[in-house]
Structure formats: structure tokens, C-alpha cells
Design a protein around this ligand. Structure first.
Ligand SMILES: Cc1cc2nc3c(=O)[nH]c(=O)nc-3n(C[C@H](O)[C@H](O)[C@H](O)COP(=O)(O)OP(=O)(O)OC[C@H]3O[C@@H](n4cnc5c(N)ncnc54)[C@H](O)[C@@H]3O)c2cc1C
Length: 285
């Protein structure tokens, strides 16, 4: 099937509502990924069926320590200050968990930020404890996995590894999947264990380079060479470092936007990065 004849990824809309839940557990998964398991009746009709879904977590304003919640629609600035929110991937949802009631896992990067103050999510993941309360909205909708491809290349840094895990679970089991994963070092490599039989994972160590300041993903794509029309590509991670990756896929290899999606999840030196902004302003979609 040619790329032009493949349907775009289907979308499913979800009711957008504010949910307030309780932290049931906090678990270190790898050297830099910590899982927060949430529970509560507010999760009962939660739904997330796409690999790139995200929720918006309401966090304390670092300057006041206060959490400002929006109204029930999730969109209105409340009295007393603007809401502070950060995007997170709903990693796993269990409507009937073994511990009782619904559970939602969020896997958060514990990032060391030497040059700027910690952001609200970094503060939260350092201090969150079982019994804490937290609120979120979303996902607003789910973009389903694409159909009609024989293979996929899925690439990410640590922030998008939860999405990669969801891609591995949701992609058709007959597809061959290659993962390119940028991480600081071997301490993260257990994260994708056991998720998909036969998957090839290339762990790319950036070593002493700061997060977002490494070219290991761009180099790995250059080494792959040509990518045929039967291979879907998804890349998520630090926006500036993904500009050369996107240029390679879209300009050098000529892959259309529907076949090669490149998504900025954060931008080095920028707080509250807007992931809807084009990662390459000189060549927006
Ligand atoms: C769709 C989507 C899904 C996401 N899913 C996840 C997820 O499941 N888990 C997850 O951990 N993150 C995820 N992210 C990324 C997360 O939202 C950002 O990293 C967020 O900016 C972190 O917020 P903060 O409050 O710590 O820092 P901010 O206040 O946003 O930024 C403060 C400083 O920290 C830097 N910074 C931000 N993130 C990092 C990082 N990871 N490493 C080093 N420096 C950083 C910024 O460049 C800035 O200098 C997702 C982002 C998107 C768009």
C-alpha cells in the first residue's frame, strides 16, 4: 500500500473532566524513571486508548506552594492565580486493580537540572508520597495507532519512553518494531523489558552530555539509512535535538508527515514547553 492511500491515524474523543485522585504508591523503576500509581473513584470512567495520549497534571506553583485548580471543564483560569500544569503520559490504566479499585500509572523522569531551577513536575516527583492528593484533566482524545504498515521505528528520550511502552503494547503484533532509545546510561535499560516479544531495542547512551544536548538519536537515524513506505516512524523527546532528526526524515528521506511523526515533549531551557508549537519554526507542518 502506498503512503498516500493509507488512512490517517483515527481519533477518539473523551469527555474532558477534572479528576482528583490519591497517590497509592511511588516506585523507582530505573535510575531516572519513577512510577506514581494513582487511585480513586474519579478514575472509574477514565479512558486512554492511544500511544501518544497525555493528561495535564495540576501542580503546585513553585513560588507559592499552592495548587490552583481550574473549573470542572479544565479550561478556565481560577481566581487566585493561573493553574500550573504539565503534560504526562498515562502509562497504564487498570480499571479493576489487584489492590482494589481503578489504578493509573504515571512514569516520571527524575531529571537533574544544574543550570535552571527545578520545574513544578521535578519538584513534585521529588516530594510525592502515598496518600497525597493530585488532580488532572485529560486525555481530551486518543490518536490510535496507524494501520497498514508492516514495520515501525519508534524513537524517544526518557520523557517519551512511557509512550514507547504504549506503542509496543498497542502496535499490531505482526509488525516488526525497532526502538531507538536515548538514555543517559545502562541504568534505564530495564524499562522496556518484557513488553513485546521480538522487539529490537537499541539503547543509545548520551553519557555525560546533558539531557537534550546529545545527537545520538540523529546519528542513529542517519545510520539506519533509507526507510521504505511500509515503515511508520514516531519520534518523541527534547524538541531542539529532534530538529535534525525531523529534517533527515522529512527532507533527506522525503517521508510525508503522516508516515514520520516527530513530537517535541520538552525543550531545553524552556519551562512549560508548548508541545503544539512546531519544533522547527523554519518548516512547520
Ligand atoms: C505529550 C507529552 C507527554 C509527556 N509524557 C511524559 C511522561 O510520561 N513522563 C515525563 O517525565 N515527562 C513527560 N513529558 C515531558 C514533561 O511534560 C516535560 O519534561 C515537562 O516540561 C517537565 O516539567 P517540569 O515542571 O519538570 O519542568 P518545566 O517547568 O517545564 O521546565 C523547567 C526546566 O527544566 C527543563 N526540563 C524539563 N523537562 C526536562 C527533562 N525531562 N530533563 C531535563 N530537563 C528538563 C526545562 O528545559 C527547563 O529548563 C511529556 C510531554 C508531552 C508533551
Amino acid at each position: 500500500m502506498s503512503t498516500a492511500s493509507r488512512p490517517a491515524r483515527s481519533r477518539v474523543a473523551h469527555e474532558l473532566k477534572l479528576r482528583t485522585v490519591t497517590v497509592r504508591a511511588v516506585t523507582d523503576l530505573t535510575a531516572h524513571l519513577r512510577r506514581v500509581t494513582l487511585t480513586g473513584a474519579a478514575l472509574e470512567d477514565f479512558a486512554s486508548v492511544g500511544p501518544t495520549d497525555h493528561i495535564k497534571l495540576f501542580l503546585a506553583d513553585p513560588s507559592t506552594g499552592l495548587v490552583h485548580l481550574p473549573d470542572g471543564n479544565g479550561g478556565v483560569t481560577p481566581p487566585g492565580g493561573a493553574s500550573v500544569r504539565r503534560d504526562m503520559t498515562p502509562r497504564a490504566f487498570r480499571p479493576d486493580s489487584a489492590s482494589g479499585g481503578p489504578e493509573l500509572d504515571l512514569d516520571v523522569v527524575v531529571h537533574e537540572q544544574a543550570d535552571t531551577p527545578d520545574g513544578p513536575l521535578a519538584v513534585w516527583i521529588d516530594t510525592v508520597r502515598p496518600g497525597d492528593s493530585v488532580s488532572f484533566v485529560g486525555p481530551r482524545g486518543s490518536k490510535l495507532v496507524p494501520e497498514g504498515y508492516a514495520r515501525a521505528v519508534v524513537a524517544a528520550d526518557e520523557t517519551a519512553l512511557p509512550s514507547v511502552a504504549r506503542w509496543l503494547e498497542l502496535l499490531d503484533p505482526t509488525m516488526d518494531v525497532l526502538v531507538l532509545a536515548e538514555v543517559q546510561g545502562p541504568g534505564e535499560e530495564a524499562y522496556l523489558d518484557g513488553l513485546r516479544p521480538g522487539v529490537e531495542v537499541r539503547w543509545l547512551h548520551r553519557g555525560d552530555a546533558a539531557p537534550g544536548a546529545s545527537s545520538v538519536l540523529a546519528e542513529a537515524f542517519a545510520e539506519l539509512g533509507a526507510i521504505d513506505a511500509d515503515t511508520f516512524v514516531w519520534v518523541g523527546g527534547e524538541a531542539t535535538s529532534l530538529v535534525p532528526v525531523r529534517r533527515h526524515l522529512r527532507r533527506d528521506l522525503g517521508l510525508p508527515a503522516a508516515q514520520a511523526e516527530v513530537q517535541g515533549y520538552w525543550r531545553r531551557g524552556v519551562g512549560d514547553y508548548d508541545h503544539h508549537a512546531p519544533i522547527d519554526p523554519s518548516d512547520p507542518d
